[in-house]
Design a protein around this ligand. Structure first.
Ligand code: CTP
Ligand code: MG
Length: 227
């Protein structure tokens, strides 16, 4: 039950405000990008990694791959304007893949057990994404005024990885491109075609490193794992 993974890594990290791609920032002295890559490098079921990159960062990333002994990368296509375009660019160069996982390069703390369940569910059902139950009371607000309190039991915060039969995701991405639909995750593209998507309960540790505070949380997560 193997799979290949797409890691969009062609963002600019504006919200981090580091003046460079946040994926190159260190957590415990190792670039965030490498932490994420090592998860898939170590998983025997992962048979290939595709990284969407900015053309001007390709050489730097290739050097990092060599330095840290990452051997499974099969392609580094140019990313696009939006994350969705970067993912699509990877899918377009992949061949003979049955199950594909899409995972934000900025989520280095994904657990192997969650990957295992996602892959299993995608094989059985076609589509499965990682998420966690909402912890806070959730309200819908418009113009600063509460419209309604949404039933929390129905609400999940969605993460990556998102796992699909390869042909299904490629089709959904092609359709979205054709009609000019832009989603914030892969599942949105598949949902709008009417497919059922399963949720795999993930961990609250699987944060996306987005703003400066996340670097502090990230260091704490790593420290906690070493205890
Ligand atoms: N990404 C990408 N191509 C883009 C935009 C984002 O490959 N055009 C990648 C990022 O590198 C990241 C993941 O998608 O690994 C999730 O995106 P996000 O956390 O939003 O990262 P950035 O877009 O880099 O950050 P920001 O939105 O703050 O600029
Ligand atoms: Mg972004």
């Amino acid at each position: 039950m193997g799979y290949e993974v797409v890691l969009p890594a062609a963002g600019s990290g504006k919200r981090m405000g580091a003046g460079k791609n946040k994926l190159f920032l260190p957590l415990a002295n190792k670039p965030i990008l490498i932490h994420t890559l090592e998860v898939f490098e170590k998983d025997p079921k992962c048979t290939g990694i595709y990284l969407a990159v900015k053309p001007e960062e390709r050489e730097y990333i290739q050097n990092l791959l060599n330095e840290y002994g990452i051997t499974k990368v099969k392609g580094l296509p140019n990313g696009g304007e939006e994350r969705q375009h970067s993912v699509h660019a990877c899918l377009k160069v992949m061949k003979d893949v049955e199950i594909v996982l899409v995972h934000d390069a900025a989520r280095p703390f994904i657990l192997q057990s969650v990957i295992d369940r996602l892959v299993e569910t995608a094989y059985e059902k076609g589509a499965a994404i990682a998420g966690v139950r909402a912890k806070d009371t959730m309200k819908k607000v418009r113009d600063g005024i509460i419209v309604e309190t949404v039933e929390r039991d129905d609400l999940w915060a969605i993460q990556t990885p998102q796992a699909f039969r390869f042909e299904l995701l490629l089709h959904a991405e092609d359709v979205a491109e054709k009609v000019g639909f832009l989603g914030t995750d892969e599942a949105m593209l598949v949902e709008r075609l009417g497919y059922e998507i399963h949720i795999v309960e993930s961990s609250y540790e699987n944060i996306k490193i987005t703003t400066k505070e996340d670097l502090v949380f990230g260091e704490a997560i790593l420290r906690n794992r070493q205890l």
